[in-house]
Design a protein around this ligand. Structure first.
Ligand code: KG4
Ligand code: ZN
Length: 365
């Protein structure tokens, strides 16, 4: 292996088709030479959620174009890459297969090594790409398909401290938006609608806060919101703009309170690892929410832990994180062959039992 490693990364586990080129020179900072993301929001819009078959077909159509664009933008020919990293799981099986077939085809035709990447590891290792964070650090991965606290000890070594036992918060934001007639993706719509709203007007539950540990639950919140909306409609014949703002603010406050309190507990457990430079990092689309971000930042400040939040475009699904996680594996000599299989379920912490439930965005690992 030379001083410079250049990796092509591919991502197709959910509803974003992405390709990226990342380079690392020994002793230097990692560089994202390109990161191309083609979303599919408009394809799924009229169905009110992601349709796995439509997603898989779209990945097959878009992957080639994304790869071509990523290599061009990086000014790197395919032959100039040292490995092809591809998301092998967890996620929707059709999308994973589309990515794997594409990566295997390129690897077979060129002889370039293949590296299978766990999508969650891509998110979890992103702070090392953006902020050169050292192991171990605490990570809250919070998106439309995932929600878990992890101690990241190494590239292949994770301890899950807890996670959602049902919906992911992003999924709850999306469902809330749908119930209130707001646009998808629901996170930004609900956040905007909540501005000026009274978060204390409706008493939404804070699930599992009364129980010890770091597990979370968000599905009851959505039911509480549905009941409140229906009561308002029954009593007054509809909901006003200010009712909607109060509902959104109340829902957001409940999610924030749960994430904040559970983060406090996770930081306490992680601190027992005695890291020399303790850090709490977040990733995933929900980390874009300003109220949630401020609350998590406060937890870090209160506990004397450094807070790391990668830029939003690297928190949401992208292929730069897959290329980076692939680069980390490649440098440890961890490459795969043509038997690399898609794994719809693939927990990062092999010691802990799988979380319950699955969703439209794929299995909860
Ligand atoms: O990480 P991501 O792009 O994809 C995966 O789910 O893996 O996250 C997308 C999720 C969506 O559910 C979206 O509604 C949510 O992140 N999201 C937000 C915000 N921006 C995106 N949730 C709350 N507030 C936001 N500002
Ligand atoms: Zn993701």
């Amino acid at each position: 292996m030379g001083d410079t490693v250049t990796i092509l990364g591919l991502e197709s586990s959910c509803d974003d088709t992405a390709a990226a080129v990342v380079r690392r020179t020994i002793g230097g900072s990692p560089e994202i030479l390109s990161s191309v993301v083609a979303g599919q929001t408009e394809l799924h819009e009229s169905f009110g959620g992601i349709v796995p078959e439509i997603a898989a077909r779209a990945h097959t159509e878009k992957l080639d174009h994304c790869i071509e664009a990523a290599l061009k933008e990086a000014s790197v020919p395919l032959s100039g890459t040292d490995a092809i990293a591809v998301t092998a799981g967890p996620g929707l099986i059709g999308g994973l297969l589309a990515g794997l077939m594409c990566a295997k085809g390129l690897a077979a035709a060129t002889g370039i090594p293949l590296v299978g990447v766990n999508h969650l590891a891509g998110h979890a290792l992103t702070p090392r790409l953006t902020d050169r964070l050292e192991f171990p650090y605490l990570m809250l991965l919070v998106s439309g398909g995932h929600c878990q606290f992890l101690i990241v000890h190494g590239v292949e070594d994770y301890t899950r401290l807890g996670g959602t036992i049902d919906d992911a918060p992003g999924e709850a934001f999306d469902k809330t938006a749908k119930l209130l007639g707001l646009a998808q993706p629901g996170g930004p719509s609900v956040e905007n609608a909540a501005v000026g709203g009274d978060g204390g007007r409706f008493a939404f539950p804070r699930p599992l806060l009364d129980r010890p540990g770091c597990d979370m639950s968000f599905s009851g919140l959505k039911t509480a919101l549905l009941r409140t909306r229906d009561r308002l409609v029954k009593e007054r014949g509809g909901i006003t703009r200010s009712d909607r703002a109060d509902l959104c603010a109340g829902f957001q406050a409940a999610v924030t309170d749960v994430l904040e309190e559970k983060s406090r507990r996770a930081v306490a457990v992680y601190s027992e690892c005695h890291p020399s430079a303790p850090a709490f990092a977040v990733a995933g689309g929900v980390a874009a929410n300003r109220t949630i971000r401020i609350a998590l930042e406060e937890v870090a400040a209160d506990t004397g832990v450094r807070f790391v939040a990668p830029p939003v475009h690297l928190c949401t699904d992208n292929a730069a994180m897959i290329a980076w996680a692939g680069l980390e594996r490649f440098r440890l000599g961890l490459v795969d062959d043509m038997t690399l299989a898609a794994r719809p379920r693939w927990p990062l912490d092999r010691r802990s039992s799988p979380m319950l439930g699955g969703g439209k965005r794929g299995a909860k690992a």
